[in-house]
Design a protein. Structure first.
Lengths: 301, 301
DNA sequence: TCGCGGCGATAGGCATTCCCTATAACGGCA
DNA sequence: TGCCGTTATAGGGAATGCCTATCGCCGCGA
């Protein structure tokens, strides 16, 4: 059974006339007659009582018409809904973001995303890298913003921007007297995030420390870490975008001698069909960051 | 858009696997792949994210699935309802019957109709000939039982049985003394039905009276007419099947010399597609009447 | 590291279906 | 009786659908 035939049936029932029904359907009268006859044979039921002056639906046809109308209406709504869904730059876009990036990047780019992609409903999801990758692979995210390269042929990624690390020091710390701090010098009393944060590993690697520190002070969030540094518990290494938040709590920032940093990427499933949405989101973020970096290097730091 | 493609879509969504979905649909995997891809192109929306290990529906697909399921379900119910309607000997059958026949024929044939055609819901509709023909032509009746021939090429009819008229006399009437009454002798004080009843015209014609009678006594129904005759207002001519009812009110019945009578036919629209139902109903009635006539001639009269 | 196997995509050939134009058949009407 | 309007039928050509065979991709294990 074909939806087209059902439309033919409705047209004949509506017009009571094969010729006009055919015209309404945009086909010739013989075509429509043949198809209706075939539908009658398929259903095993006479649908119309034909005379040369009128075409009347049979009782069986009347009983079927409701279902036919429903089926055609549903088919039409499939087309209508699909038309609304057609724009890949519209609809939900679940974007995973690592915790050391989200609070500092989102305020920066959210307005720009709304501006550039008004129909895209970006839903941020904050979690650590491995959790984000799991969700991404499970189709629970459309893309993710990470500070690490992604592995595996099922995922793809693109670099959005490089983010330098900064030495974060209590004002009274000896290193605060220097204009530039060497990464290795931070290692002495550096505080780090809890396990699972990529920033923890990157900070340790940057200052030449492979393993974890002995102390019990491992902050669950970058915000906590900043407060701990401000309180004089030690030093740390923060990503550039967190500079504002660090200064807000009275932390002294210094550039790093070897210019340690991290690269922020947007990642997606290699087979993800809305690639253009990923590209668009990535480009908006990258463009916003290019502007910000220019301002930041000239100003704050 | 084709219903078949929608079924393919549902199968892929359900199995998450083109090969198994194709097997479930009874087609080859390439066929199903091609059709799903064409559906995606038609809708302008990617429906599945394909990898070599899994096929996941996209968000757009999820949004569409409900409508697709509805459309397919409606299509299935069209087939199911049609299957139930397929038997022409099932369903409503609106049967018009003239008033001088209905009360006497129906008790006789109703049980037989239920027996022989249990799935046919025969709905009697009592009205005069012209009204029945109007309703028949308006598709408001499936067939009609008439005592006249039908005209016009849009209608067809078949004889079911011949029904003799009988002279109906008050017991004290002079003619009641005779064994056989001549039609012309009844004309003297014959009562007739109101205009519109075919029996009125046929009775008048049988006794050689072309026009109407002068008196004001024109019964609206045969039942009334019988009561009037029983009360001694005059004589009349009744159809054979009403014999029982006439005797119940104390009327004397006599055969007519020229064997006047009427022919009962079943009529239907020439293009009516459920011809077999008409034939079946007609045959049941005719068969029942053959049996009854044999008993009647041997017994009552 | 190199086949191997599973899976979806693609290609080419064949059958069916669909649609068109032309025309027949039928009934109504003047 | 011939004409007109309507539906049915016939035949040819195009499009669609389906099949088998094969490719390309990817993960896995020897």
């Amino acid at each position: 059974m074909n939806l087209r035939d059902l439309r033919y049936l409705l047209a004949v029932a509506e017009h009571g006339h094969f010729g006009r029904a055919a015209e309404a359907c945009g086909v010739s009268q013989p075509t429509l007659s043949v198809q209706v006859r075939k539908l009658e044979e398929l259903l095993g039921v006479a649908l119309f009582e034909r005379t040369s002056k009128a075409v009347a639906p049979t009782a069986a046809c009347e009983r079927l018409l409701g279902h036919v109308r429903m089926a055609v209406a549903e088919a039409d709504s499939i087309l209508a809904v699909a038309a609304n869904l057609r724009d890949p730059l519209a609809g939900r876009f679940r974007l995973g973001i690592i915790p050391t990036l989200a609070p500092y990047l989102l305020p920066l780019v959210f307005a720009a995303l709304k501006d550039a992609l008004p129909a895209l409903e970006v839903e941020p999801w904050e979690d650590q890298t491995t959790a984000l990758l799991d969700r991404l692979r499970a189709h629970e995210l459309d893309a993710a913003l990470l500070a690490t390269a992604v592995d595996g042929p099922d995922l793809a990624s693109e670099v959005l921007f490089d983010e330098p690390f900064l030495a974060a020091l209590p004002p009274e710390h000896p290193l605060a007297a220097r204009a530039v701090v060497a990464e290795e010098d931070l290692a002495e009393d550096m505080l780090v995030l809890a396990e699972g944060h990529c920033l923890r590993d990157q900070a340790l690697a940057a200052c030449g420390r492979g393993g974890a520190l002995g102390g019990a002070l491992r902050a669950a969030s970058l915000s906590t870490l900043l407060n701990m540094v401000a309180a004089g518990y030690g030093t740390t290494m923060i990503p550039g975008l967190a500079a504002g938040a660090a200064q807000d709590v009275g932390i002294v920032l210094r550039p790093l001698a070897a210019q340690a940093g991290r690269t922020v990427r947007i990642a997606w499933r290699a087979r993800y069909p809305r690639r253009s949405a990923v590209d668009a989101v990535g480009e908006v973020i990258a463009a916003r960051l290019r502007g910000f970096a220019a301002g930041a290097t000239a100003g704050t730091i």
